[in-house]
Design a protein around this ligand. Structure first.
Ligand code: G6P
Length: 607
């Protein structure tokens, strides 16, 4: 979602701000803007659409100034127009904002009654006017911001500059992350370390409720009670991951291709490759004593959670509840004593997932996060984290983070099974042995990408596509459908194969491709029966199965894609790859913006 960057520099900062905004593009946005201090006066350029439009504005009219803020906006209040694009200004102040000011209508009425004229439909504009009101009344910038922060309700990160104050920038955080970057003689503000990566790898993170006063000489942090605070400077790895597509046409293609490596890396953190035993870090709870797992997440991460449910129930005999975080957070679910809440999030910043986590904490649950960004809000809130080692994921549609989440959940399920006495050491070795082979199987699938490209071409003209799966592969059907719709804009639905007769079968005709995810496991025959029901009604079947499955039923399909046979435990990690590639190539054929699909955001920091 919205991205923030700010620079107190020594050279004109507009080009650097633009560069940093490019690095924030992956979060999803639909307009952008920059404000600087030109000889002490606020000046700004804004444009709807992609950064290339802002670049044109800047090339046309230039923008001087060594102090500046920039923003990519994902529209919430008001259309993605130039007028609604950030920074927003009022007398003496310019503001960039990520998040939502919930009661902005009340504040707007209050200000309008005082004679303030609003020029945008955004919630953010109230912040600029509120700060300006304090400045005009004689407050110093820090005092003005401190007063206004106490009036704001909602989730936000802010970057603020002031006319006539070349050596000052203020950042604030409540609910949305914000990082401070330390240069030699420059200082930076950014939504994440990736935005700041070309400038510095020395980064500190604001804590919840903090604000920070930046000058070229350093940063002074204050907590929500205006008490000075110390925030540690970390050396981040973000520079190692400067957004680079390598030889790939899209980040998504690169991230799909990286999976053998990142799954391997993640597994190597949690299993002993030599002994085939799981090796989790010390946990602040005892798996043996857990009464229930509650897994919450959003989007693709929630499908990882659903896969985890099958594993935990089967191998650890542990009851599991899985829910999407936006529903879970408000339904006042009763949670048992000695329950463990697992939240799964690539970004670690998804607002609903964070809220679900807070609810679970309030209900006395142990909490564990499976996150890809270790400095994220969710990582900080949890009692324990088991990070995924996917590296930065830039494509909006999650791919490598998903399979790494599956890898972590698989290791946890084995550890839980061992601790609870429901898995023997021999079974543990068998399952770990199967996990260790996953990167090899994934590489094998990737080698046949051209076949998936052909299949994608053949389904591109469809208006609707159904995905069917059973058991542990049902979540992969859901994920396949989500991937296809989010990046190719072809309508797709994932169903449990057994549910076919309860509704979706009515949609089947010769124009509806049905992607059947069915390795030759103990449920294969049942899924194949459902597949025959589709075939009998003229549906075009695309079967993803292994050699045995293909030999048994490959001739009744429209297309069959063969996948290496593996232990049924690990099939979701392997079958995730063809569904990703199918969606990717469909999107390429459809000519969509694969890495930044319309209306979507990478990190959803508002409800
Ligand atoms: C957005 C992204 C998805 C992602 C979901 C959850 O919708 O586009 O790819 O799965 O958020 O994000 P998280 O960072 O919590 O995993």
């Amino acid at each position: 979602m919205c991205g923030i960057v700010g620079i107190l520099g020594n050279e004109p900062v507009a080009p650097q701000l633009l560069d940093a905004l490019r690095r924030l593009e992956y979060r999803g946005y639909d307009s952008a803007g920059i404000a600087t201090l030109e000889e002490g006066e606020l000046a700004r350029r804004r444009a709807p659409g992609k950064l290339v439009n802002l670049e044109k504005e800047l090339n046309g009219t230039g923008l001087a100034g060594t102090t500046g803020i920039g923003h990519t906006r994902w529209a919430t209040h008001g259309a993605p127009t130039k007028t609604n694009a950030h920074p927003h200004q009022s007398e003496g102040v310019a503001v960039v904002h990520n998040g939502i000011i919930e009661h902005f209508r009340e504040l707007r009425t209050e200000l309008t009654d005082e004679g303030v004229t609003f020029s945008t439909e955004t919630d953010t504009e109230v912040i600029a006017h509120l700060i300006s009101r304090e400045l005009v009344a004689g407050s110093a910038p820090r005092d003005a911001v401190s007063v206004v922060l106490k009036r704001l309700e909602g989730a936000f990160a802010l970057g603020i500059i002031f006319s006539g104050k070349q050596d000052l920038m203020i950042g604030a955080r409540r609910g949305s992350p914000l990082a401070v970057g330390y240069g030699e003689t420059e200082m930076y503000l950014g939504s994440d370390a990736i935005a700041l990566a070309p400038f510095t790898n020395r980064v500190a993170f604001l804590e919840e409720g903090d604000y920070v006063i930046l000058t070229r000489g350093g940063a002074d942090y204050f907590d929500e009670n205006d008490k000075p605070a110390t925030r540690d400077i970390h050396v981040t790895q973000a520079t190692a991951y400067l957004a680079d597509k390598g030889n790939h046409r899209h980040f998504m293609a690169k991230e799909i291709a990286e999976q053998p490596e990142v799954i391997g890396h993640t597994l190597s953190e949690y299993v002993d490759m030599a002994t085939h035993r799981v090796r989790l870090p010390e946990m602040p709870f005892d798996f043996a004593k857990l009464t229930r797992l509650t897994i919450t997440a959003c989007g693709t991460a929630s499908y990882a959670g659903l896969t985890g449910k099958y594993w935990f129930e089967k191998f650890a005999r542990l009851p599991v509840e899985v829910d999407i975080a936006s529903e879970f957070r408000y339904r006042e679910a009763p949670l048992p004593e000695n329950g463990l809440a697992i939240v799964i999030s690539q970004s670690g910043e998804t607002a609903d997932t964070l809220a679900a986590l807070k609810y679970c904490k309030e209900q006395g649950q142990h909490t564990l996060g499976i996150v890809n960004v270790r400095e994220s809000s969710i990582a900080r809130e949890c009692d324990a984290i088991l990070p995924t080692f996917a590296g930065p994921e830039i494509g909006v549609a999650s791919t490598k983070a998903f399979t790494c989440q599956l890898a972590v959940l698989a290791c946890m399920a084995i550890a839980a099974g061992r601790a609870r006495g429901t898995l023997s050491e021999e079974q543990e070795r068998e399952l770990v042995g199967a996990l260790i082979k996953v990167p090899r199987h994934v590489s094998e699938v990737l080698r046949h990408e051209d076949q998936l490209e052909d299949i994608a071409k053949s389904i591109c003209s469809a208006r609707d596509v159904l995905y069917l799966g059973r058991g542990v592969n049902f979540p992969i059907a859901l994920e396949g459908a989500l991937k296809l719709k989010e990046i190719s804009y072809i309508h797709a639905e994932g169903y449990a194969a057994g549910e076919l007769k309860h509704g979706p079968i009515a949609l089947i005709d010769e124009n509806v491709p049905v992607v059947v995810i069915s390795p030759n496991d103990e449920l294969y025959d049942k899924t194949v029966s459902n597949m025959q029901e589709v075939a009998a009604r003229g549906g075009k079947i695309v079967l993803f199965t292994d050699e045995t499955g293909a030999d048994a039923n490959g001739d009744s399909t429209f297309q069959t894609f063969r996948i290496p046979a593996a232990h049924c435990f690990v099939n979701p990690l392997i079958y995730a790859i063809p569904v990703q590639l199918l969606a990717y190539h469909a999107a390429v054929f459809m000519g969509t913006d694969v890495d930044q699909p319309r209306n979507l955001a990478k990190s959803v920091t508002v409800e």
